[in-house]
Design a protein around this ligand. Structure first.
Ligand code: NAP
Length: 338
């Protein structure tokens, strides 16, 4: 246990993909809990690609305010209460929620921190990945909007990523033919050989995602789990089957844009295919998290689904790891062991 609080501050707003120089690690004394507060020792920090969006100027919305230059970077953590002057929280309890990329956080119970109960037979970090908001995004997106039927062709973008790999594995469990997109031949091989999906498309290969879709989805797409928007969404819309469902989960291709990119062009196909396009935020389903965690845990216990996780040690490496994510460096969930 460190005697210092390591914190990652936002030094500059990223332009395009985030760069190591956009972040700075500073040391501060461990904060003291005041009346009504409790001190959390952060055990794990979750790296979430979507948080890139709130590093942009003026990007604040109902979910969270834009991050400020010079302030600690906002992030999701899983930690243990070390000391409490709040009667609702006791030292030793596990908590998770939104604080910052730091070794220790102060909270007072009015913030985005909740208590958690962990199954000791599951690695604790899985509650940030497969059994956390990440896995639950895949779960609720697929179950509520995608409604995959056995035999459906399900396309997943950023298939090798944290949300993507869970969506792929779930669609396989549900009896679908699964095609994923990613950025290299090596990751395509990993998706087919290790994750067990049916085909993978390298969207950076000649011909781009369009050529890959023609090859691997010649009859079209029933369900598209969209984490990127941009060209991949547009090309997929052109290939939707009748009654297709498009889960709008994320827009990674647009997070580095100050101005939104041009919208999709293939909208007429959405009409003639009688397709559904629906966005969602996993946080809308907080009341139903136990349902999702129970199902994903059951599949984990039965060996039907894997918790694919990449662990990096040290808070000081959080900024660099986040940048690597935008270079496609991760397989599954990136977690920092604080
Ligand atoms: N709606 C919700 O409630 C909700 C909740 C959580 C997450 N999400 C969304 O889920 C998506 C995935 O997030 P994650 O945390 O699981 O990240 P992730 O997929 O583990 O990591 C990001 C991946 O995105 C790809 N990528 C990076 N820059 C890109 C770009 N400019 N264009 C296209 N792809 C790019 C890279 O994969 P490749 O190498 O394969 O390109 C990278 O590995 C995000 O869009 C996020 O906003 C939505």
């Amino acid at each position: 246990m460190s005697d210092k609080n390591l914190r990652i501050h936002l030094r500059a707003r990223p332009v395009g993909n985030p760069n190591e120089s956009d972040f700075e690690c500073r040391e501060a004394p461990i904060p003291q809990a005041g009346e009504g507060q409790f001190l959390i020792q952060n055990l794990y920090i979750s790296l979430d690609a979507g948080f890139r969006q709130w590093m942009n100027e003026g990007s604040g919305d109902e979910y969270m305010p834009a991050m400020e230059i010079g302030a600690p970077v906002t992030g999701l953590i899983l930690g243990k209460v070390l000391e409490s002057k709040n009667s609702d929280y006791t030292a030793g309890e596990l908590v998770m929620g939104r604080t910052a990329w730091e070794s220790y956080s102060l909270a007072d119970g009015t913030d985005y921190i909740t208590k958690m109960v962990a199954d000791p037979s599951v690695p604790l970090s899985a509650y940030l990945g497969l059994l956390g908001a990440t896995g639950l995004t895949a779960y609720f997106g697929l179950v509520d909007i995608g409604k995959p039927q056995p035999g459906d062709t399900v396309l997943v973008s950023t298939a090798a990523g944290a949300v993507g790999n869970v969506a792929c594995q779930m669609a396989k469990i549900l009896g679908c033919r699964v095609v994923g997109t990613t950025s290299s031949d090596e990751k395509c091989r990993w998706l087919v050989d290790e994750l067990g999906i049916d085909a993978a498309i390298n969207y950076k290969a000649p011909g781009g995602v369009a050529a890959g879709l023609d090859e691997h989805c010649p009859d079209g797409v029933d369900v598209y789990f969209d984490n990127v928007a941009g060209d991949t969404l547009d090309q997929t819309l052109a290939r939707l089957k009748q009654g297709a469902r498009v889960i709008l989960s994320g827009a990674l291709a647009a997070y580095d844009r100050v101005e939104p990119p041009p919208g999709p062009r293939n909208m007429f196909k959405v009409i003639t295919a009688r397709a559904l396009l629906q966005g969602f935020m996993v946080t809308d389903q907080v009341e139903r998290y136990p349902e999702g965690i129970a199902q994903l845990s059951a599949w984990l216990r039965e060996g039907k689904i894997k918790n694919v996780e990449q662990m990096i040690h040290g808070v000081e490496n959080t900024g660099d790891a986040f940048c690597q994510m935008f270079r496609g460096g991760n397989r599954g969930k990136l977690v920092i062991e604080a």
